[in-house]
Design a protein around this ligand. Structure first.
Ligand code: SF4
Length: 254
């Protein structure tokens, strides 16, 4: 399905449902969306979300094919791939699926970084990320660095406090965004500036998604009047074209 997230193109969900894990989960976007999907007029979609936001594995999804090439796919945007209730066999199935789609990039993002070591050999077309919403969760970066993933990234969304660490210097990509929605917690722009400055100093691609605020994009998408939509450096030339189109699309959609 197409994703309304500017740092990806499409999402693919062999898992649905989750449970809160840390501060960033308070206003989880996936939970109300799963409830809405369970009432979708399309019976196939309604069936997929029959359990609402309860963690559910969908083995049939792993039999599907994602056509074309050079797509950036957010794997499990409606769950957390490394949730404790995801069986190891299903987890291995997800990574087999990724290996069968070498022409696409799969973004995986988790807060359950302690389970990352279950996968010993990450496929080279995975961008493996952990959420770090404030400095309390820096240990997730350590777990990430212990993997062999080709692209390691952090998503500081929603950014809820400073993220102060020299570990940022070892990353391949950093995404920052403030929380939006009626109950959003505001982001101090200095927290975002601090991360951006570390990225600039160490030549790490930096993507600023949004400042956040009570309405969608209320705070705007710029940081100090500038747009930051940088991508990991390791992408191929073909993929770069796709990414450039994606950036243009997202600028236009702003
Ligand atoms: S980990 Fe992600 S999907 Fe799961 S509850 Fe938290 S915000 Fe929602």
């Amino acid at each position: 399905m197409s994703a309304n997230i500017p740092w990806t193109q499409i999402s693919f969900n062999p898992l649905t449902g989750c449970t809160p894990y840390s501060d960033g989960c308070l206003n989880c976007y996936a939970k109300p969306m799963a409830t809405r999907m369970s009432f979708n007029p399309d019976p196939k979609i309604a069936y997929k979300y029959r359990n609402g936001f309860k963690l559910t594995e969908h083995p049939a999804e792993l039999e599907k094919k994602i056509g074309g090439k050079n797509k950036i796919v957010f794997m499990n945007s409606m769950s957390d791939t490394f949730h404790k209730n995801v069986s190891e066999s299903f987890l291995f199935g997800i990574f087999d699926f990724i290996r069968k789609h070498p022409k696409h990039i799969f973004q995986i993002l988790t807060k359950r970084a302690n389970r990352l070591s279950i996968i010993r050999d990450y496929p080279s077309n995975v961008w493996l990320g952990v959420t770090v919403e404030k400095s309390d969760y820096l240990d997730r970066i350590e777990c990430l660095m212990n993997t062999n993933a080709t692209v390691k990234w952090i998503n500081c969304e929603p950014l809820l406090g400073p993220v102060e660490s020299d570990k940022i210097q070892s990353l391949d990509w950093v995404v920052v965004g403030g929380e939006s929605g009626p109950n959003c917690r505001s982001m101090n722009m200095d927290w975002a500036r601090q991360i951006r400055d570390i990225c600039e100093e160490h030549d790490i691609p930096f993507f600023f998604k949004q400042a956040g605020g009570p309405g969608r994009d209320k705070g705007g998408k710029n940081l100090d009047g500038k747009t930051y939509k940088q991508w990991p450096k390791s992408i191929s030339l073909d993929m770069s074209r796709s990414v450039i189109q994606l950036s243009l699309f997202n600028v236009d959609a702003a």
